[in-house]
Unconditional design. Sequence first.
Length: 385
Amino acid sequence: MAWNQPGNGGNNDRDPWKNQGNKDQGPPDLDEAIRKLMAKFGFGGKKRGGSGGSSGVPAKGVGLIAIIALIVWFIAGFYTVKEADRGVVLRFGNFHTLVESGLHWRPVFIDTVEHVDVNNIRSDSTEGFMLTQDENVVVVQLDVQYRIVDPRSYLFNVVNADSVLSKATDSALRYVVGHTTMDEVLTRGREDVRARTLDLLEETLNPYTMGLQIVDINLLPARPPEAVKDAFDDAISAQEDEERFIREAEAYAREVEPLARGQVRRMLQEAQAYKEQITLEAQGEVARFNELLPEYQQAPEVTRERIYLDTLQELYRKTPKVLIDVEGSNNMMYLPLDKILEKQGRNVTSFSPSRVPVDSSGSNNSGSSNNSGTVRSSGRSGGRG
C-alpha cells in the first residue's frame, strides 16, 4: 500500500503526512518514478494486445548503452606521464613496455601503468649503535643518495627495492665500522670509512640488478654514547692538540732547515777556502825557503841578521804598544794611536798620527817627536841586547 493512500473508514491516522480530505497527494511513488525512468530508455513497458502484460528490452536501448560504455572506456584509457617519470605498462599483470613522458592511451581493464620517477635523486639514511674493532660502541649515521636508472628492474627484480637498499646500506656500514677502530671512526678515518662503505655497498647490490645507481653517500660525524661523551670529548681534544703541535713542529722545521742548510754550505765553503789558503801559504813558505837556502849557505851571518830584523819588524807591526830604551833616560812607552784606532775599526783618515812619549812618571816629554824616528834602531838594539 502506498504511503499517501488513506485507510478505510476515513481513518486518516494511517497517512504519515496527515493528509486531510485527500487534498495533498504527498511525494510521488518511488516505484512509479523508477518505472518511468526505465521506460525512457526502452527497458520497461507493457505490450498491448494480450490479457496479461509482459515487459521486454528493445535492441535500440541496448545498443545505446553499449555505445556510451565504449566511449567512456575509450576516454578513460588516456593518461599522462610526467616529465621526470617513466611509465611501466603491465598487460594482465605482466611487463609489456616502457613509455616516455607525455600523453598516452591504454586499454582499460587490460593494461595498467606504474609511474616511476627516474630524474630526481632519492635519499635514505641508516643510524644505530655499532661495535668497532677495538670493542667500543659508537653511534654512526649514514645518508645514501641514489636514483632509478632502470624502472623495469626496480619494480620486478626485487620486492621493495628501497627497503633492500636500506638493509644493504646498514649491513655494509656495520661491516666497515666493525673492522675499524673507534678513533678512526670518530676523527681521522671518517673519509676512509665512507669510501670503503660505498665500495662494499656497490659490490653487494650489483648481483641483484635492482635498477638503482648510488650517487653518493655521506657519513655524518660519529659520536660516542651519551654516558661516556665527556671522556671522549677530552680524548678528541688531546688528539687535536697533538695534531696542532705536530703542525707547529713541522712549520718550525721548514723554517729552520733552510737556515741550517745555508750555514752548512757556508761552513763547507769556509773550510774549503781555509784549506786552499793554508795549502797556498805552505807552498809559498816552501818556495821562499828554497830561495833563501842558497843565500844562507853563501852568507850565514848576513842572512841570519836579515831574518831576525824582518821578524822583529813583523812583530812590531802587529803590536799596538811598544817599549823602547832611550839612552840616558827612563823607559818610554810609545803609543801608536793610528794603529789602535785602525784595529778598533774606526775611520782615522781625518786624524793625523799622534805619537805621545810618556815617561815612567806619566809626564809628557818634549823631545818625543825627535825620539820617534829612532824607534826601529832602538828596538833593534834593545832586542839584540
